[in-house]
Design a protein around this ligand. Structure first.
Ligand SMILES: [Zn+2]
Length: 90
């Protein structure tokens, strides 16, 4: 889920970020959407999460696919969110 950065209280989510959040909240298949801005938001999130998770090993359960980024069965070992995009959208 996208949130305002703590150090930037005046930061406003972009239209694409709000749309992204709404799609994730309603469990939609975000990565299959053709929207270019949406794809860019997802790309930026994946880049950020890759850095945050770099020292962690994902928990594997190939039964589910992430509806946000399309990754199959890789979870954060603590939060159980998607290891690639950090959303709870299965
Ligand atoms: Zn994902």
């Amino acid at each position: 889920m996208l949130e305002k950065p703590i150090n930037k209280p005046d930061y406003k989510l972009s239209e694409a970020e709000i749309k992204f959040n709404n799609l994730v909240c309603t469990s939609q298949w975000v990565y299959t959407k053709k929207d270019v801005d949406l794809k860019l938001v997802l790309k930026q999130i994946k880049k950020k999460i890759k850095i945050l998770n770099k020292d962690l090993k994902p928990y594997i359960d190939s039964e589910y696919r992430c509806r946000t980024c399309g990754t199959k069965g890789r979870y954060h070992p603590v939060t159980s969110y998607c290891f690639i995009c950090d959303t709870d959208n299965f």
